[in-house]
Design a protein around this ligand. Structure first.
Ligand SMILES: [Zn+2]
Length: 285
């Protein structure tokens, strides 16, 4: 088993065990496990929808068009109820990550950064050297409010309080709250460290300017909404799918196909342009 898969599975197992061990008496272990898993899956999924689909493909790369109301609803819901991530800073850092990939100017990681350094950078990234997040939607009230540091603190205090009220136990609420954020740190490390370190995964394109790798197993692909297919993605950043073979497993792509079916996502002209070296028989979107 690859080390990154081991750590992902370990965190998932430890989370389930902690839900059972710290179950409040009025719930009992099995109900507590069910409550813990529902919380985990709901807010992991909402965060994936927010980061991978709406911010990443919708705003940072302009590969997909979402209705403004839907974008704002997802931004508000995730940052109020789920794992807080400053939307404006994220778009800016992500564009700089593509511009400088693994070199000075990339806020995520440099070639010389190892595991522990990259782990710290997930929480305290390098300072952004430019402001490339100037899109009109980022200037709207929803984005300005959710990007404010006071909102960041208040929303997280409020959602711990709401969770405590719902489950009737502060200790159990903290187990779920912290557990989900430990998992999200692993998800972040999959993208920033393991999928940017040449000793892991595989490369389909020998692009010299970055160290992006593809990790193709179902656990990282599902957990990251396919963001671990970094070599594919850095090779053609505006393509709306991160898998480059018809049979390559792509959970993120499955989610945007559902959004399209619901009438919530449309491909932009750059999002649907498939470069000729990408081995897809059809875009299938
Ligand atoms: Zn990207």
């Amino acid at each position: 088993m690859k080390s990154y898969n081991f750590w992902g599975a370990f965190i998932l197992g430890a989370y389930a065990l902690a839900c059972v061990l710290f179950a409040p008496a009025h719930l009992g272990p099995w109900k507590a496990l069910l409550v813990g898993e529902v919380y985990f899956v709901t807010f992991w999924f909402l965060c994936g929808l927010y980061l991978a689909d709406v911010l990443h493909l919708g705003i940072a790369h302009r590969s997909l068009d979402f209705p403004d109301w839907f974008t704002k609803l997802v931004v508000a819901a995730n940052n109020l109820l789920g794992i807080y991530v400053d939307p404006i800073a994220w778009v800016n850092r992500h564009r700089l990550h593509h511009k400088f990939s693994d070199h000075p100017g990339d806020p995520n990681k440099l070639v010389t950064d190892g595991f522990w350094r990259t782990l710290v950078l997930c929480v305290l990234p390098y300072r952004a050297i430019d402001d490339v997040a100037t899109d009109d939607i980022l200037k709207t009230a929803t984005f300005r409010l959710t990007a404010h540091p006071v909102f960041a603190v208040l929303s997280q205090v409020l959602n711990v309080a709401a969770l405590t009220w719902l489950v009737g136990d502060l200790r159990f609420a903290l187990v779920m709250w912290v557990g989900l954020r430990v998992f999200s740190l692993w998800v972040n490390m999959i993208q920033n460290y393991w999928a940017h370190t040449p000793s892991y995964g595989f490369r389909r394109y020998d692009d010299e300017r970055d160290q992006a790798m593809n990790l193709g197993e179902w656990l990282p692909v599902t957990a990251t909404f396919s963001a671990c297919l970094q070599n594919n993605h850095h090779h053609s950043p505006s393509l709306l799918r991160l898998s480059h073979r018809d049979d390559e497993y792509d959970f993120g792509f499955a989610t945007i196909k559902v959004l399209k079916r619901l009438g919530l996502a449309k491909a932009t002209s750059s999002g649907r342009a498939v470069p000729k070296e990408v081995g897809l028989t059809a875009l299938d979107f």
